[in-house]
Design a protein around this ligand. Structure first.
Ligand code: 7RM
Length: 626
């Protein structure tokens, strides 16, 4: 573990000087079944990234077996249910190992084998983490789909990866509501011919329909034992697929592989959070997102930490649930998203003050830029000016944290993610693709691969090359803008492409437009993000309808329903404006840049609109807006 600023500087210098030697040394701390022959095999002109080439391992041996000798009775997963009246569960490393092995055997008994894709659509219960690890145990590739996604979105992801199995639950608890997961899964599976087995966990006990491929999880588990040797995996065998939105309608199935992902998530977890043996670490993300994969499951478990899984929401039963749970479990490390902080900040501080938060040592932020107000509120009311805040910048594609301070070790600066991790060579580019030196603002790009960079987009390596490596040849293009201060600290300013982060959810505007365009009355639509107090960004939709005379309130309602059905409720637009045209370039491309400014109310900052085919439409929208 890096323990001082000078050690950090030394590690960064060493990693820059000799990346292979640096990562080779880091990787040697883990349990391998066979050593690697080459540390990195990579060439920017033909991006096929391979790390620890020829190495053999199983990540679950590093998460579980390795800790059995030293800390079998330490809590691995601390589960806090949605309902505060339901007992929390402390699952030890020994018990987790046993349950993962047994679940792995259940998957095998139902036909799963190495290389198969298994879709997981489950609530935030221990069995979700166990299922993920069980897949890894047998070398099946897990594809977790967030349980808030719709049947259409689920089906598209299952079909993209030709999953042979679906793991789900009867339902899920979320605040005062229950979500009928099995019903949504049933609807999805109607159009998924590759799935031949659906294992259903009992969580809510609600009534469900039963199909010929369905089996109860608890019944299947009883049929198998808990002896399951770990499959031997190559460093570069896929570990999982996780979908993230892109600028076209089709989600990108980012593929992460076993060796590099393990090394990098474990290394960054250890150094960023600085967890001590008796600490209790809580990341409030859902395992359906990359943050949950890397920093609820794999990173913490490889390090032998206690990781909290929370099934509920910050507002249930009241807006002090996070603080209540922190006090209850004596949380030492609390890692959440700015959107949650902004939502909680709106409530009286007495809700925070009534709980004893003295166990807290480190706070974290992830998912979007944290604004100054939220940063200071977090620092003052939650951290009591006594907890370092790590603002961690990274992506589904990067697998792990690329830019962050190390808690209590490297300096923090409000609203800045600060410095790149050792081995991560961040640069700022101008529009011409030249590197900016010193202080400045530009496009964030990375010069050298790190071990957990996604290896491909499932089934579409060309798209992978295009999206990440062709915009600026010789660099990984992140899609974010950033500014850098004189000390080299980075502040992320936001996306430079058409992805909007709403309440920490990464939403592509293109798939939302596609859904809206399904409405028979809609001719064309454009979705843009605009700043929102709580959600960070909200969605504004401009629609052209067939008949301007129709009742727009009905269309608005139907559009929201359509979006909720095809994408999920999180993607429902906040504002819908019926317009007679959209600002377009002469080549016919919608100028979203202008629509973004209009949605933000920045009518005077539209920039040059002379290239527009139809500048008159801008005036019309301005009138409608005011
Ligand atoms: C981890 C995650 C990725 C996008 C990324 C950024 C934004 C994430 C921060 C941030 C500013 C941060 N993966 N983002 N973390 N922006 N500061 N600390 O969120 O694939 O879902 O999203 O999120 O725009 O490109 S993600």
């Amino acid at each position: 573990m890096i323990k001082s600023l000078s050690e950090f500087k030394q590690a960064s210098a060493q990693a820059k000087e000799n990346p292979d030697g640096f990562w080779s040394e880091v990787a040697s701390e883990f349990q391998w079944k066979a050593p690697w022959k080459q540390t990195l095999d990579f060439d920017f002109s033909n991006p096929e990234v391979k790390w620890f080439v020829g190495g053999k391992l199983n990540i679950t041996e590093n998460c579980l077996d390795r800790h059995l000798a030293t800390q079998p009775n330490k809590t691995a997963i601390l589960f806090e249910p949605n309902d505060p009246a339901e007992a929390a569960q402390h699952i030890t490393y020994k018990e987790l190992h046993k349950r993962v092995c047994q679940t792995a055997n259940m998957l095998k008994a139902n036909g799963a084998k190495k290389g198969d894709r298994i879709c997981i659509y489950m609530p935030m219960v221990p069995e979700l983490a166990i299922a993920v690890l069980a897949c890894a145990r047998i070398g099946a590739i897990h594809s977790v789909v967030f349980a808030g996604f719709s049947a259409t979105a689920l089906a598209a992801r299952i079909n993209d990866a030709s999953c042979s199995m679906l793991l789900t639950a009867d339902g899920g608890f979320r605040g005062a509501k229950t979500i009928a997961l099995k019903e949504i899964a049933d609807e999805a599976l109607v159009s998924c011919s590759t799935v031949n087995c659906c294992l259903v966990l009992q969580r809510t006990q609600q009534v469900v329909q039963w199909n010929s491929i369905d089996k109860w999880w608890h019944e299947e588990l009883e049929k198998v034992d808990d002896n399951c040797p770990a499959e031997v995996m190559d460093s570069e065998d896929p570990l999982f697929i996780l979908y993230t939105s892109g600028s076209t309608g089709k989600p990108k199935g980012m593929v992460h592989t076993c060796g590099g992902y393990m090394v990098y998530t474990a290394y960054t977890f250890k150094n960023v959070f600085q967890c001590q043996p008796n600490d209790v670490y809580w990341c409030t993300a859902d395992i359906g997102w990359i943050t949950g994969h890397s920093y609820i499951v794999y990173g913490p478990l490889v390090n032998g930490a206690t990781t909290v899984m929370f099934e509920g929401v910050p507002s249930y039963p009241a807006f002090d649930r996070f603080w209540e749970v922190c006090a209850k479990h004596k949380i030492t490390h609390f890692y959440t998203a700015p959107t949650a902080i902004r939502a909680l900040e709106k409530h009286p501080t007495s809700l925070v003050e009534k709980h004893d938060l003295s166990s807290l040592k480190v706070l974290g932020s992830v998912g979007e830029p944290i604004n100054a107000e939220a940063w200071h509120w977090y620092d003052e009311h939650v951290g009591k000016h006594n907890c370092p805040i790590v603002d961690t910048w990274w992506q589904t594609e990067t697998g792990g944290i690329l830019i962050s301070s190390l808690a209590g070790v490297t300096p923090q600066k409000p609203t800045f993610a600060t410095l790149p991790m050792p081995g991560v060579q961040v640069v700022l580019l101008n529009n011409e693709g030249d590197e900016i030196e010193g202080e400045g603002e530009g496009i964030l790009a990375i010069k050298h691969p790190w071990p957990s960079i996604a290896r491909t987009i499932w089934g579409d390596h060309e798209r992978y090359k295009n999206v990440y490596f062709s915009a600026y040849p010789g660099y990984y293009f992140a899609g974010d803008g950033a500014l850098r201060d004189a000390e080299g600290n980075y502040r992320i300013t936001g996306r430079v492409d058409d992805v909007v982060i709403v309440s920490g959810h990464n939403l592509g505007t293109a798939p939302i437009e596609n859904a809206i365009n399904e409405h028979p009355e809609v001719v064309e639509s454009a979705v843009v993000g605009y700043p929102h107090d709580i959600k960070g960004n909200a969605l504004c939709t401009y629609v052209i309808v067939r008949d301007m005379g129709v009742d727009s309130s009905i269309i608005e309602k139907e559009i929201r329903e359509e979006v909720a059905k095809t994408i999920g409720p999180i993607a429902k637009p906040d504002r819908i404006l019926v317009v007679s045209g959209l600002p377009k370039t002469r080549s016919g491309k919608i100028m979203r840049r202008i629509l973004r400014k209009l949605a933000a109310g920045e009518h005077d900052q539209l920039g040059d609109i002379s290239t527009l085919l139809n500048p008159e439409i801008v005036e019309e929208i301005k009138r409608q807006n005011s």
